[in-house]
Design a protein around this ligand. Structure first.
Ligand code: ASP
Length: 437
């Protein structure tokens, strides 16, 4: 078994978490490649190293001293080292970094140090070989990951050293300069490592026991999702569930490697398994996989009696495209259609858009309804169950939730409803209570 384990910021936030990581690594000899984020928050009021480093850079840009922030960073790293009895000479490295810190220091190089230092400590603590991401994660001239070169370098390192720790979140450009990924990018590093060595599983260790069926700020103690397909995950993420970095899914999905989201603080929990397809035959698992949603959409309804709907629709879509407004969802009637777009994306252009629609389409009426929330019930099994949408709408009606728009995703993976913002939380709760059990 070959497993790539990525540990997120909260899983490496302090010495106690490091102990937990070692326990996890030592309990399975397949866990030979470890990808590490920068130390994150130990408590709600704590800071992530990455945020502190970005803050340092902002100070440098404006010529404001940042010694105190750097001191906080140093203290955090030194406390981990000392509590674990490690030898790594952070002081010398921090001095060298401090000497280079001036207005011209590239931001990417500075913020990458969070992952670098945390991984150096982890490598020593686990007794694994440290492989710098600048030597195995490569970007091309276009800024995208150069996969072939990256995979070859990771394989070389694994062949040479057997057990390795790689810092997440950064790599190097063809010029040799460091480049960071977007926030949360360590997920991508983990996925690249898993695809490179054709791992049996990509374990993504975090601080929850998997992807939850609903937002825990709305539903108290929601159940974790046991198994989800990549396609369902995309729907959940699109509808606002924050799970993995979006770009991390592609490399492992293409290679057919499952992702297992696990809880560092509860390693006995199975977490969530993300797979390409799931054989549900004879399986009694619940038929909704998860519920996700977002607030603040606007429904723009255009009506015109006896119009050629397809032409009017095409013109409207072209128009919104000109204003760079993505359309999230469309419903069609005989003499009308409704477009749903994010209120923020419509922004100040809303009235110009309505004016253009009036000019180009000459409709009988255009109406706007804002303060709309979209809620999706995602589930690959909904298609097989007769009457699922009926049950859903009945439950919502019984709780006084007025449905403003409805759609079933074309791939029948989700049922999407639009409700007033004020009913958003009730809708999520009703859907969870009625279908998650
Ligand atoms: N440390 C980086 C961040 O805070 C990357 C990561 O954690 O994945 O975004």
């Amino acid at each position: 078994m070959n497993k790539v384990c990525k540990f997120g910021g909260s899983s490496v936030a302090g010495a106690e978490q490091f102990r937990q990581v070692r326990h996890i690594i030592e309990s399975d000899s397949g866990r030979r490649i470890v990808v590490v984020s920068a130390a994150g928050k130990r408590s709600k009021d704590d800071n992530k190293l990455t945020d502190l480093l970005y803050l340092c850079h902002a100070h440098l840009t404006y010529g404001v001293p940042c010694n105190e922030i750097l001191q906080t960073i140093a203290e955090r790293l030194i406390s981990i080292r000392d509590e674990l009895g490690l030898k790594y000479d952070i002081e010398t490295e921090l001095d060298a970094l401090r000497a280079r810190m001036n207005r011209d220091m590239p931001v990417d190089e500075l913020v990458s140090r969070g992952e670098y230092f945390t991984s150096r400590l982890m490598a020593e603590y686990l007794g694994y070989h440290f492989v710098d991401a600048s030597q195995c994660i490569y970007f091309g001239y276009d800024g995208a990951i150069a996969r072939d070169r990256t995979y070859a370098a990771i394989n070389d390192a694994v062949r040479k050293y057997g057990k390795v720790v790689i810092p997440g979140f950064y790599g190097s450009l063809p010029s040799g300069k460091i480049k960071v990924m977007t926030r949360g990018g360590s997920d991508i590093t983990g996925a690249l490592a898993a695809a490179a060595i054709d791992a049996n599983v990509y374990e993504n260790w975090t601080d929850v026991s998997g992807i939850l069926m609903a937002d825990p700020r709305i539903v108290p103690d929601p159940k974790p999702i046991e198994r989800i397909t990549y396609a369902e995950l995309r729907e959940m993420a699109f509808m606002g569930a924050t799970v993995l970095h979006e770009e991390s899914v592609q490399p492992v999905r293409e290679a057919g490697i499952p992702i297992n989201i696990r809880n560092t603080n509860r390693p006995e929990d199975p977490g969530t398994l993300i797979l390409d397809s799931i054989d549900d035959k004879g399986d009694s698992e619940r038929f909704i996989t998860g519920i996700a949603g977002r607030r603040n959409f606007t429904i723009l309804t255009v009506s015109k009696r006896n119009m050629n709907t397809s032409l009017a629709l095409r013109l409207s879509l072209e128009l919104l495209d000109r204003y760079h407004v993505p359309v999230e969802h469309i419903t069609l009637g005989l003499d009308s259609f409704a477009l749903v777009a994010s209120t923020a994306a419509l922004g100040d252009n809303l009235y110009a858009i309505v004016a253009d629609i009036k000019k180009d389409i000459q409709p009988d009426d255009v109406t706007l309804r804002d303060q709309i929330a979209l809620v999706a019930a995602v589930g690959r099994k909904m298609t097989f169950r007769a009457g699922s949408s009926g049950r859903l709408f009945k439950a919502l009606g019984e709780h006084g939730v007025n449905i403003r728009t409805i759609a079933q995703g074309a791939d029948e993976l989700s049922i999407l409803i639009g409700v007033d913002n004020k009913n958003y939380e009730t809708a999520v709760r009703v859907m969870y209570d009625g279908f998650a059990g």
